[in-house]
Ligand binder design. Structure first.
Ligand SMILES: [Zn+2]
Length: 400
């Protein structure tokens, strides 16, 4: 581990661990602890090579520790071909097809640097698959604790990497076991395990700042807004921290507006910002409702997520399920197959005023959602060796 102090950004108290600030939790507010911002003065943005390890020191590691890397980061910006001209930063191009690779690269490197040999992650989605891959790369044993809702694609990714995956009836049981494994067995927690969750591992969030560095390098001061699919707000907070570092060092004139994109059924940040005054906004808890955007939607508006919105003059946008599923089909029809959660951000981005470049973070590939896509698809048509049959099929399927 490093000797850098973690601090609560809300009350200023020092702390440790992944459970967030205990004083603020007692005050009814879920806040993650943070590292100090990195000093980027003297760095050259144009030559930034991308990824969490592109600028050494921005994810703190002891001097003798090695990063853990699989080629994460430097994902492409793809502009959708329609009047809105929304950009999508395609994080599906990462090694396990999700932005979580930036987070897990930093988390697993931190675990190994501290001498841990076993890591544990609580996840029913992309974080579990990413944890398994990065732990395998680092030579660490990995246990993924999940619930019975684990999508088959994620399950396969975890097993392929040689991790152990175990299900529990609900997230309360899962988190209880994880807490005991961390406290009693000394396993390194790659994710949060308290309810309501304060956010991810503070060192791992630093890996997500690289999204902001890459956007600043690629789009510079033309950036108007960055739209982020949001749940526990690790990505939103990490991107916000990255832009703060860039602006403080004079590498970017001003941070773009940050926008939290959420499914309407479970939109804690939209609910929070509809309230008057920060004391009311920071105490927002709603019932969690599962949606097709399985990676996002939150029952709590985490403080560091709200801070990213407050500090950038941003907002939160809720999208109905029919709208984001239509957006998923629309992007796929342009060749960009996104996870439904990412399509929530694209739909939200379309509703923003065109004030500079608007970027939706495509947090994961649509390969994570194959069940969703195949659910309503007809069975595979099988025909004989006949062009006539092929023509008939084309006529039936596409009308030409
Ligand atoms: Zn605090």
């Amino acid at each position: 581990m490093t000797d850098q102090t973690l601090r609560c950004p809300r009350c200023g108290r020092d702390g440790t661990g992944t459970a967030g600030c205990p004083a603020c939790r007692a005050d009814g507010v879920a806040v993650n602890l943070e590292l100090p911002l990195a000093d980027l003065r003297g760095r050259d943005l144009a030559s930034y090579p991308g990824g969490p390890w592109g600028w050494p020191g921005t994810v703190p590691l002891p001097p003798d520790a090695d990063p853990v890397a699989l080629g994460e980061g430097n994902t492409p910006n793809v502009r959708l071909e329609d009047p809105a001209g929304v950009w999508v930063k395609n994080e599906g191009a990462n090694p396990t097809h999700t932005h979580k690779d930036r987070y897990m690269a930093a988390a697993v490197a931190t675990a190994r640097a501290g001498g841990s040999t076993t890591v544990i992650a609580a996840s029913s989605g992309n974080a579990g698959a990413s944890a398994a891959a990065y732990a395998a790369r680092a030579g660490l044993r990995c246990i993924v604790v999940t619930t019975s809702s684990l999508p088959p694609v994620i399950h396969a990714q975890i097993l392929a990497a040689g991790a152990v995956v175990v299900g529990f009836p609900d997230s309360v049981a899962r988190n209880n076991v994880m807490r005991r494994a961390v406290d009693e067995l000394g396993w390194f927690p790659l994710t949060n395990y308290v309810e309501p969750g304060a956010g991810g591992h503070p060192h791992a969030v630093e890996g997500l700042k690289s999204v902001a560095y890459e956007l600043a390098r690629d789009l510079g001061d033309s950036l108007g807004a960055v739209v982020v699919p949001t749940s526990r707000a690790d990505l939103l907070a990490g991107i916000g921290r990255g832009f703060k570092e860039l602006v403080a060092a004079g590498l970017l004139r001003a941070a773009p507006r940050l926008v939290a994109a959420e499914p309407s059924a479970s939109a804690a940040y939209v609910r929070a910002l509809a309230k008057t005054g920060r004391p009311a906004q920071e105490r927002t808890e709603i019932p969690y409702v599962s949606t097709a955007a399985f990676s996002i939607g939150s029952d709590v508006a985490n403080w560091q997520g709200l801070q990213a919105l407050w500090d950038s003059g941003g907002s939160a946008v809720a999208v109905d399920e029919a709208d984001f599923l239509a957006e998923q089909r629309g992007a796929a029809a342009q060749g960009l197959f996104l996870e439904a959660s990412s399509a929530v951000a694209v739909a939200a981005a379309r509703r923003l005023p065109a004030d500079g470049a608007v970027v939706a973070i495509g947090t994961a590939s649509g390969v994570k959602d194959i069940d969703l896509v195949l659910r309503d698809a007809p069975p595979l048509p099988v025909i004989g060796e006949s062009l006539t049959q092929l023509r008939e099929l084309l006529q039936r399927v596409s009308g030409r």
